[in-house]
Design a protein around this ligand. Structure first.
Ligand SMILES: [Zn+2]
Length: 316
């Protein structure tokens, strides 16, 4: 019996692989897509890259997963969207969609008649998220962000989704695993887990540089998850993780110049100076001190800083 898998305008027969553009209703750009329908039955999995258009390492990693895997290897079904936000990618737009200046990873589940980002979120959720059993969303530091690799899962009220997501987040060769209690609503993984779909974000790479090493780290992690859920043959590789429950973001409340006093991966103590903001004349207008003991997981590396911009985050 031929088991055809349909996603939007695309379809793939059992035992086949298709690479083609996914067209979503009311979305101007088409999304390059790999669809794999394995010979054998198994879970349906989505791998996303490029929700943020300048996180190049994660885009490269997602694309390579899509290129590498074959229907003879995959049990079940796999869809890979390496450039999920093409307008942001080609505009080299940091954080936001170039047409509405909104962060796609704060828009889920989106709005059918909303702005560009809201519509993209809506159709990704309707046409793709709801068709799969697991979601792996690859990210990294944006053009102006340095970070140490970490993964995030949503602390869902659904015990099974919570445990499964936490397990998935622990399967990268990455030290820091963050359980997020919805500090940032509208994320891919938060929206997915609220709908009963185990989902995670993995972050590696930074500052607009394509890192081969971090791309491999993400690819290996994705494949390790696929092994653990029964999509791929093999042995699950376990690594030691540090679990973090507080992910403390610091934001600017001035426009000015940002001088971090710490580095990524650095351990900090409560009240330690994390950095300062000066005005255009070099006078300090704000000193940022740590609320907690913890480790600096990401750090904005841009000297120019705007009101409400993120500055850094400390995991505790
Ligand atoms: Zn991102």
């Amino acid at each position: 019996m031929n088991n055809i898998w349909e996603i939007g305008n695309l379809s793939v027969s059992q035992g086949d692989k298709v690479k083609a553009y996914l067209e979503l209703p009311t979305i101007e750009e088409n999304l390059p897509t790999f669809l794999i329908n394995g010979f054998e039955e198994g879970p349906k999995v989505l791998v996303l890259g490029g929700i943020h258009g300048c996180e190049y390492t994660s885009i490269d990693a997602a694309q390579k997963v899509g290129v590498d895997l074959l229907p003879s290897q995959v049990k079940g079904k796999l869809i890979v969207l390496p450039i999920a936000n093409p307008a942001s990618f080609y505009a080299r737009s940091i954080y936001v969609h170039p047409r509405d200046q909104k962060n796609l990873n704060r828009m889920f589940p989106g709005k059918k008649d909303g702005t560009d980002s809201e519509r993209l979120a809506f159709w990704l959720n309707e046409s793709v998220f709801k068709e799969v059993d697991y979601i792996i969303d690859l990210h990294g530091g944006d053009m102006i962000e340095a970070l140490v690799p970490f993964t995030i899962y949503h602390v869902s009220a659904n015990e099974w989704v919570l445990e499964k997501s936490k397990e998935m987040a622990s399967l990268f060769d990455i030290d820091y695993v963050i359980g997020s209690s919805d500090q940032v609503p509208g994320s891919t993984y938060g929206c997915a887990s609220e709908q009963g779909i185990p989902a995670i974000i993995a972050e590696a790479g930074q500052q607009g540089i394509l890192s081969e090493e971090n791309s491999v780290l993400l690819q290996e992690g994705v494949k390790n998850i696929l092994v653990s859920i029964g999509s791929l043959e093999g042995k699950v590789k376990k690594s030691e993780s540090t679990y973090i429950s507080v992910f403390d973001w610091y934001r600017s409340d001035f426009q000015g110049l940002w001088y971090p006093a710490v580095q990524i991966g650095e351990t900090v103590v409560k009240e330690q100076l994390l950095g300062k903001i000066t005005n255009g004349f070099g006078e300090t207008v704000k000193e940022i001190k740590s609320h907690t003991d913890g480790v600096v997981l990401f750090l904005v590396s841009s000297l120019a800083i705007n009101d409400k911009d993120p500055l850094l985050a400390v995991g505790a």
